[in-house]
Design a protein around this ligand. Structure first.
Ligand code: ADP
Length: 190
C-alpha cells in the first residue's frame, strides 16, 4: 500500500494537493477536518461539541479523531492506499496511527511536509474566509491555529524524523509546480 501523510500548517495547501494526489494514485482521502465539518453540518452530538473547539482554533481530542480514523480504515482497508490530510496533529495521534496501520498489516510510506511561512498562511486563510465564510478562517482564530500547530503539531515532525520518511517540500509557487515537487518525492520513495 501507498500511505501518504500530507503534513503542514493550516493554509499550506494540503487539501488542494491531496485532491491531485488522490486522482494520480487512486488513494482514499482521509481529512479529519472534513470529517469533523460533516459532523458539525449534521449537528451530531460530536459535531456540536467539536464546533466550539474548532472555532477557537484548538485541537479536538485525540480520542475523537483517532476513533474517526479507525472507522475509515475499517471501511476502506483493502484499497491501494490512503492519504492522511490534517492527521496526525499530535505525537499521540502519530503513535496511534502507527498502531492502527500495523494492525492492518501496513505502515506510513512517507510524510510530505509542505513548508509555508506564517505571513503567507495568514494571507491565504483570511482570503479563504472571505470567499467561503468558513467560521474558523478569521484573523484571530487563524493566528491561534498557527500557534497550536507550532506548539502541538511540529513535534510530530521530530517523531517522523527518527524514521527517515519525512520529506519537506517548498509549498510556495504555482499549484502545479508544488504538485510536481510532491510527485518527485513520491516516485523516488514509493
Ligand atoms: P486547517 O489545516 O486549515 O486548520 P483542517 O480542516 O485540517 O484545517 O482543521 C480544522 C480544525 O479541525 C482544526 O483547527 C481542529 O480544531 C480540528 N481538527 C482537524 N484535524 C484534527 C486532528 N487531527 N486533531 C485534532 N483536531 C483536528
Amino acid at each position: 500500500m501507498l500511505n501518504i501523510v500530507l503534513f503542514g500548517p493550516p493554509g499550506s495547501g494540503k487539501g488542494t494537493q491531496a485532491e491531485k494526489l488522490i486522482k494520480k494514485y487512486s488513494l482514499t482521502h482521509i481529512s479529519t477536518g472534513d470529517l469533523l465539518r460533516s459532523e458539525v453540518a449534521a449537528q451530531t452530538e460530536l459535531g456540536i461539541e467539536a464546533k466550539v473547539i474548532m472555532d477557537k482554533g484548538e485541537l479536538v481530542s485525540d480520542k475523537i479523531v483517532i476513533g474517526m480514523i479507525e472507522n475509515k480504515l475499517k471501511e476502506h482497508g483493502g484499497g491501494p492506499g490512503f492519504i492522511f490530510d490534517g492527521f496526525p496533529r499530535t505525537v499521540e495521534q502519530a503513535r496511534e496511527l502507527r498502531n492502527l496501520l500495523t494492525d492492518h498489516g501496513t505502515k506510513v510510506s512517507m510524510v510530505i511536509s509542505l513548508q509555508v511561512e506564517r505571513e503567507e498562511l495568514m494571507k491565504r486563510l483570511v482570503k479563504r474566509g472571505e470567499e467561503t465564510g468558513r467560521s474558523d478562517d478569521n484573523a484571530e482564530t487563524i493566528s491561534n491555529r498557527i500557534d497550536v500547530y507550532e506548539r502541538q503539531t511540529i513535534p510530530v515532525t521530530y517523531y517522523y524524523d527518527k524514521t527517515k520518511i519525512h520529506h519537506p517540500v517548498e509549498g510556495i509557487g504555482k499549484i502545479d509546480e508544488i504538485f510536481k515537487r510532491i510527485v518527485d518525492v513520491v516516485e523516488k520513495n514509493k
